[in-house]
Design a protein around this ligand. Sequence first.
Ligand code: DX5
Ligand code: ZN
Length: 218
Amino acid sequence: DRSLKIAPSILSADFANFGQEIEAIEAQGCDWVHVDVMDGHFVPNLTFGPPLCKAIRKHIDTVMDVHLMIAPVDPYIDAFAEAGADILTAHLESGPHIHRTLQAIRGAGCKAGLALNPGTGVEDIDYLLDMVDLICVMTVNPGFGGQKFIHSQIDKVKKLRAMIGDRPIHIEIDGGVTPQTAPLVVDAGADVLVAGSAVFKGGSVDNPAPYGDNMRAI
Ligand code: DX5
Ligand code: ZN
C-alpha cells in the first residue's frame, strides 16, 4: 500500500504519559507509531528498550514501527520482536553484517527496515532490496528530535524510488519533517513520514487536539 502514512515519533511525546499520548495520536488518525531506540553508543543519546516497548504496545492499535539506533543489533532482535514490534529497522552503519541482521529480523517474524544515515549512499544496498520491507532515509543525523531537515537527501529518495521499482518497499523519511519539507520528499517518492516535534508541538495530554491539526498540516 503506497498511500501516504504519518508515523508520529513518540520521542517528542510526554514521557510520563506515553499511553495517553499514543491514544491521542491514534484518535487523531495517525497511521503508525514510531519508536526511537537509542543506545548512547551508535548515537549520542539514550532512550528506551524492550520493556518499555512492551508496555506501550498495549496502547497501540495501529503499527509499532521500531527504529533501532543501536549497535550491535542482533543480540536484541528477539527481545524487540517479543515486545510486539511490527517493523524493526536497523541501520546499514550498525555493523559489518547487515544482511544477517535483516535475515534475523524477518526470522523473528517482523517486517524488516533498513535505515541510512545522511552520509550513506545507496550504492551498497542492491543486494539487500529483496530482504527489506522499508528503507528509512534519515534526513537528520540520528540521535535527537527537533533538528533541521537536510535537503541533500531528497536526491537520495529519488534514487531509491528508481532502484526499488515495483518491489513492495516503503520509503520512510525520518527527521525534520514539517508541513514545508513533507511535500518535497513525497514528490521524490517517499510514502511514510515520521514526525516528532512537528506533531507533538503545541499540545499536551490535557489538550491533545493540536496533534491532529499538525498531522493534517503535514
Ligand atoms: C532522530 C529520530 C527521529 C526523531 C525525529 O534520531 O530517529 O525519529 O524523533 O524528530 P523530528 O521530527 O523532531 O525531527
Ligand atoms: Zn526515528
